[in-house]
Ligand binder design. Structure first.
Ligand code: SAM
Length: 237
């Protein structure tokens, strides 16, 4: 059946490109989706948080799309240029160093800007570290709160106080440099709750430790933590 166009269709024709928010693996490259590879190959440009990790991905999946850097330290400066390209009809894919762009990374800024400018934002779903950890934590998954990273210095106590009596599962991201400090503070603040420490998910040295805060403090005391961590804390009972 022929498609009928209204007279208005030319007036409303909008040459804007789209921002594709493409999830990439959090470790194991086999976790990329077919659709992610297709999109990364077909867009005009890839804005990537970590150019080194992006080139590993590009090499593995034969992606020769031009890449540009977009990270924490240049996001504000890079945004107007990317918006201009999108307004001129270019399709751009956004990828973070791992997982889903916009989750605890600078992706938020360009995504919000596109929404404000009426530029289509299309999500290509895939891995996210906190959901991967939560799913196998064994702690309740029916209600949870994602806290992301605690502030590195000021404001940590205030954030913990705000969630003291929340009864659902609480999720944090943490780096190897701060994990000891954070777990110690969680113990001081919340007492001996259950905690799941998910390290290096989907990677060679993946480790998921289901324990209590007092035991986690004791074990971490004797180790030099390495890798990336998700902490899943039991809610208030
Ligand atoms: N956008 C990412 C996502 O979708 O999960 C998160 C980016 S955030 C800058 C990086 C943090 O995610 C790490 O410090 C760690 O807390 C967590 N993370 C990322 N990959 C991980 C992995 N393979 N195992 C455990 N935690 C991971």
């Amino acid at each position: 059946m022929p498609v009928e166009y209204s007279e208005n269709s030319l007036d409303t024709y909008d040459p804007k490109g789209s921002l594709y928010v493409v999830s990439t693996p959090i470790g194991n490259l086999g976790d990329i989706t077919f659709r992610a590879v297709e999109i990364l190959k077909s867009v005009d440009q890839i804005a990537c948080e970590d150019t080194r990790k992006a080139s590993i991905l590009a090499k593995r999946f034969d992606i020769d799309t031009p890449r540009t850097s977009y990270h924490e330290h240049n996001a504000r400066k890079r945004c107007p240029g990317l918006i201009k390209d999108l307004n001129n009809g270019k399709n751009i894919a956004l990828i973070s160093d791992a997982g889903t762009p916009g989750i605890s990374d600078p992706g938020f800024l360009i995504i919000r800007e596109c929404i404000n400018c009426g530029i289509p934002v299309i999500q290509i779903p895939g891995a996210t570290a906190f959901l991967t950890a939560l799913a196998v934590s064994g702690l309740p998954t029916d209600r949870f709160i994602f806290e992301g990273f605690l502030p590195p210095k000021k404001g940590r106590k205030k954030r913990l106080e705000a969630i003291s009596d929340i009864s659902c599962t609480i999720i944090f991201y943490e780096s190897p440099h701060r994990i000891k400090k954070t777990v110690n503070e969680l113990y001081e603040h919340f007492g001996d709750r259950r905690i799941v420490i998910a390290r290096e998910l989907t990677k060679k040295f993946e480790d998921i430790t289901r324990t209590t805060l007092s035991e986690a403090v004791r074990v971490l005391e004797k180790t030099t933590p390495k890798g990336e961590f998700v902490l899943i804390l039991e809610g208030y009972k």
